[in-house]
Design a protein around this ligand. Sequence first.
Ligand SMILES: NC(=O)c1ccc[n+]([C@@H]2O[C@H](COP(=O)([O-])OP(=O)(O)OC[C@H]3O[C@@H](n4cnc5c(N)ncnc54)[C@H](OP(=O)(O)O)[C@@H]3O)[C@@H](O)[C@H]2O)c1
Length: 273
Amino acid sequence: MKLVFYGAGNMAHAIFSGIVKSEMVDPKDIYLTNRSNEEALKSYVDELGVNYSYDDQELLKDADYIFLGTKPYDFDLLAERIRPYIQSDNKFISIMAGLPILYIREQLQSDNPIARIMPNTNAHVGHSVTGISYSNNFGPKSKGEVDELINAFGSTVEVSEDNLHQVTAITGSGPAFLYHVFEQYVTAGTRLGLEKSQVEESIRNLIIGTSKMIERSDLGMDQLRKNITSKGGTTQAGLDTLSKYDLESIFEDCLKSAVDRSVELSNQDDESK
Ligand SMILES: NC(=O)c1ccc[n+]([C@@H]2O[C@H](COP(=O)([O-])OP(=O)(O)OC[C@H]3O[C@@H](n4cnc5c(N)ncnc54)[C@H](OP(=O)(O)O)[C@@H]3O)[C@@H](O)[C@H]2O)c1
């Protein structure tokens, strides 16, 4: 399977290094390119044993999956660059936030199959939750291959293209929302009189440990919580106070704002993309 990455930036790096580490694809079958930063490409060749090239004809020849990994506003130039060399068996996977399949198709001036993926930053540690939507002409075999590729750096959830906005909010922006909550927890913790560094370190380990409990247990989060909440105990006292605040509505508002903004960004006219 030949993979080509147009754009070898922050997110693309997490994806191709995840794929290389999974040993799903021989690094020799992975080709990188970017706009001009050849040094970056050389460093990935040294690090992972992949290839790089600026010869678009060579890159697209016999390529199975082509990742489109530029910033959305750079895509028009990228489309112009690759348009003349697209072959009928090339399938595209866009990681660009907010660009609809229809728009990508128009810019590429091709009817080739296109998937859109919405990874999150946890791809860097092999734990992205990645939303995927496929164009109607994406065959089942190819969908299976893409699913496997994406699972190399985390897990996947297939949704309709319209619902990518919700995925963007829940898991795309999700790490930032959780970091924000953890930050408040640290700030509140330091007010109890312990050293700030002690509290920060303890809460880091608390979060890591809690995540591992969620990962390794068959129980739901509600049951895990109940298991450590004794009647009349300290945990119960804290939870009683928490339940005086409508946390659910707070998160509902937060997610709704992120969904609305995602819709707004994808509706912006072509010039601002
Ligand atoms: N970062 C995230 O957490 C995240 C999450 C979900 C989705 N995304 C999406 O991922 C995409 C990339 O984001 P990023 O943070 O990885 O960006 P980035 O680090 O700035 O990387 C952009 C890459 O695109 C290349 N590029 C620009 N114009 C090009 C062209 N005409 N031909 C070929 N390559 C070109 C750049 O090459 P040079 O270095 O040579 O300029 C660079 O390698 C964005 O569309 C974003 O919406 C990011």
